[in-house]
Design a protein around this ligand. Sequence first.
Ligand SMILES: Nc1ncnc2c1ncn2[C@@H]1O[C@H](COP(=O)(O)OP(=O)(O)OP(=O)(O)O)[C@@H](O)[C@H]1O
Ligand SMILES: [Mg+2]
Length: 639
Amino acid sequence: MLDPRWILEALPVGVWVAQVPSGQVVYANPEFRNIMGMDAVEESRIRDAPATYGIFDLEGRPYPVDRLPFSRVVMTGRAVTVDDLVIHRADGREVNVRAFAYPLLANGGDLTHVLIAFIDITAEMTAEAERRQTELRLAFAVNHAPIVIWAADAMGVVIFSEGAGLASLGLKSGELVGQNLFDLYKDHASIPGFLRRALTGESFWYTVQVGEAVYETWVNPLTDVAGGVRGIAGLSNDVTALRKFEANAIQSDRVIALGTLAASVAHEINNPLTYILGHLDLLGESLKQLVWVTQGLADPPRRDFSDLADVMRESLEPVRAGTERIASITQELRTFSGPFVGTAVVDVQAAVASVLKLVGKELESRAEVDVDLRKTSPVRGDPARLVQVILNLVVNAMQALEVDRARTNRVWVSAADEGDAVVIEVADNGPGVPSEERERIFEPFRTTKGVGDGTGLGLFVCRSIVHAWSGTVAVDDRPGGGARFRVVLPIARDNDSALTPAVVEPSTVAVGAHFRGHVMVVDDEPPVANVLRLQLEAAGYRVTLETEAERALQRLTSGSDGIDLVYCDLMMKGMSGMDLADALATRAPSQLDRVVFMTGGTFTSRARDFRDVWAARCVDKPFDVVTETAHRLEGRRLD
Ligand SMILES: Nc1ncnc2c1ncn2[C@@H]1O[C@H](COP(=O)(O)OP(=O)(O)OP(=O)(O)O)[C@@H](O)[C@H]1O
Ligand SMILES: [Mg+2]
């Protein structure tokens, strides 16, 4: 017969026996000593266990003696298993123990001993704690990341659905459970197809849009041991916000690229436009003279000349109209030549007042005008561009009203603070904008106006400017009929800095009396210089041409030739108009007063700064040189 002690000595389970009721240990096998990290245990008693062996619970508190397995068997007479014992060994190691305690009865049925088996479950407990940690981390990620983890059975019934990505569908974790995906998305164009494909055993990515939400999903078939498909599991990334952001980024990149292109194209076009328009004027003039000269002739040559002149005039008219249209388009595109980022703190009220000063008269002749200007907080922007925004809206309102109904036509203009924004409203009681057009009218070249009346750039420019200042502009129905445009601009935070008043330079003025005088034209493009000369000469001015700024500088500083006015191109090869201005400022400041700088689009930052500082001394090409000269010289004489 095998000695059972031999088996106990070899078992990888700690076994010991304690006497009842004393708790005296009468036997312990080597594995028990091993678990406890001590040599002799026979002399110890259960009662002293927490102190002697360092027995604690999972929370690190000393294990109550009456809760120990030994005590519980003594109390109940029944076997018990616990797995919340932690032995703090003398060598510093902590061992998790599962204990099994069993009553040993004497022949008479009395409880004389308790047999206790210890199993070291440290590795198991550590793994369990790690698993719980991982689960917590996963749950944290799933509940906060824009994803949905889901699974469905072979019928398409959702078994689980978890994740913050459900929020875009207006759902919470678990809410889809029990629903059938085939029923839920039966009207969706692609989801049922993707689900069926996954149920054939294929794994793949797909992207779907559900309402506003967009998900990129990885699906995987769930298979049983035999390889049969039991269902599908999916990981859906909610990319709604990302897609919107991408679309916006692409859009604004496109706008910036287009803006740069538009500004440089406008610059290139403005020079030829200047001389085309100039020559058209000259041609018209020559035609008049031709008719006048041939009037003395006898018929038939006189009649032939006059018929021919009529034909030529008829051809000239559309050429002029078309060219002027091109000029007005390049004028609008010029807005894109600089960054829109507002650097000044602007007074909205003053900008609205400027607009009313500019077009008030015409507006009042067309409609009854209702102005409601409250004290508004300053906004960050650019005064001239803010005027341009409001002006475009007011002119549109005016154009939406029928000319011959001034008594019933009305235009409302208001500005007021609303929360942390300033709101400018321009409304009219015209036909309004149909809802399907409300976004489209902000696109470039979208116009319902006839050729020559509108380019369709007004609102595009408005929105580009307002967006650059983190504002919005939109249109809706005016209660009571008509259109209502609302510009919302964030209030400038550092509103203690000085306000820049909105200054508007009238670009053209009424033709005044012509004063003869001596005009110098400095331009390195001969066709531009020539046409200006021809136009000025035809109007009775003496003209000196220079193609280099250096030579102009020499003449102006020699002080000999009594030049009344100088038109100088701003951007020239070699010495530029800006260099000329710098040189004159130090060498002959009084001559600088006579110089007008011509710009065809300022797309260097130096040119932009120059234009801002010298706005009153600059004129944009193409321009009416005769009117401009009359204005400049007349203005000077009045000084
Ligand atoms: N107040 C309004 N009432 C009705 N329709 C309007 C109003 N304002 C703008 N629209 C519509 O929006 C279109 C685009 O306006 P936008 O200012 O961009 O260009 P435009 O006025 O046609 O030309 P321009 O470049 O000369 O401003 C207009 O042609 C018109 O159809
Ligand atoms: Mg317009």
